[in-house]
Design a protein around this ligand. Structure first.
Ligand SMILES: O=P(O)(O)OC[C@H]1O[C@H](O[C@H]2O[C@H](CO)[C@@H](O)[C@H](O)[C@H]2O)[C@H](O)[C@@H](O)[C@@H]1O
Length: 315
């Protein structure tokens, strides 16, 4: 029968802290002989053999964290993951990569499995539909990416700030007919917040908004950009680089190449294909690094739970 007890349970039954149990398991110093004996007796009595220590005995790492992305093909999430990994490796953590596909049920399943395997912590790319209740067992060892939740550590992007920077840059270039291609409002950040920031700017500067909110996919950018192209349109602001890539293919095919494009992302692919585009870098690389350091800090109990917001920069 699988062993469902965790280090936390052993710590509670032995009347010591989790770190003491961990020291005993790893045969580290800093634990008195009496405490070591007590903890070992409880482990023996409960038939406890955590999967991590088993891995350690096989010569593999006993420090494991999971990174749950929403999509393995997301340019922005990949940029964040790329900077998480070196920080985790440097501190001896083995990362497990998982994908949620924006499905809260899958997140619940992944988290349940990770809890049974008794891993050290999780970096979760958040989205609409994930509830604080689902995350509660991980409160002290989780960092949320792109979303915040009360009582949880998080690293977020400044969605309104990014749109304001781009709209201000386009406005300063003299554009007065700026259309917007975005994401539906059931997506609270990339969707609702970026669209609302566009509308607020238009209102303040007496511009007439022109909007389509097809979704996150490149194909949706390609298929829906025509809805926001009027004869007088001189600039197009896209909520993401991926949408802008789809839109630019359509613009090229229909000889609307004089239109000034702008988007949130600054991904290498976009800069390579369209160096003329105006972008805001939301700080994906910085966010990834911060998230890894925050998680390690929480696991080692050297950092408190913090909610960080990375400022975007105009490129
Ligand atoms: O096309 P991408 O490169 O994937 O970038 C699109 C946006 O992806 C991220 O937002 C989406 O995923 C978030 C979790 O990582 C989720 O919280 C959000 O609701 C989704 O829209 C990223 O945070 C955005 O900056 C990108 O623009």
């Amino acid at each position: 029968m699988p062993n469902r007890l965790t280090i936390k349970d052993i710590a509670r039954l032995s009347g010591v802290g989790k770190s003491t149990v961990s020291r005993v398991l790893n045969n580290e110093s800093g634990v008195s002989a009496r405490t070591r004996e007590r903890v070992e007796a409880v482990m023996q009595q409960e038939g406890f053999s955590p999967s991590r220590s088993a891995r350690a005995m096989r010569g593999q790492s006993d420090k494991v964290v999971a990174i749950i992305v929403t999509r393995l093909d997301s340019l922005s999430e990949n940029l964040a993951v790329q900077t998480m990994l070196p920080s985790l490796y440097e501190q001896g953590y083995d990362p497990i990569m998982m994908e949620s596909q924006f499905d809260p049920k899958l997140v619940e399943e992944h988290l349940g499995m990770l809890q049974r395997r008794n891993i050290d912590g999780v970096i979760l790319f958040g989205f609409t539909g994930i509830t604080e209740k689902m995350l509660l067992p991980w409160q002290s060892t989780m960092v949320l990416m792109a979303r915040d939740a009360k009582g949880f550590a998080s690293v977020c992007y400044d969605d309104e700030g990014a749109i304001n920077l781009l709209m201000s840059a386009l406005y300063a270039q003299g554009h007065r007919h700026i259309s917007f291609l975005g994401v539906p409002h059931n997506d609270a950040t990339t969707g609702l917040r970026r669209h609302e920031a566009y509308l607020t700017f238009c209102k303040k500067h007496k511009l007439t908004p022109k909007v389509a909110l097809p979704g996150l996919a490149m194909k949706q950018g390609y298929e829906h950009v025509a809805e926001v192209l009027l004869p007088e349109t001189t600039a197009l602001l896209c909520a993401t680089d991926t949408l802008a890539l789809g839109a630019s293919k359509y613009l090229q095919e229909h000889q609307r190449t004089t239109l000034q494009l702008a988007s949130v992302g600054n991904t290498p692919l976009m800069k390579f294909l369209h160096p003329e585009i105006i972008t805001v870098d939301p700080g994906y690389a910085q966010a990834g690094r911060q998230a890894a350091l925050q998680l390690i800090g929480q696991i080692t109990q050297t950092l408190n739970i913090r909610q960080l917001v990375i400022p975007g920069t105009l490129q």
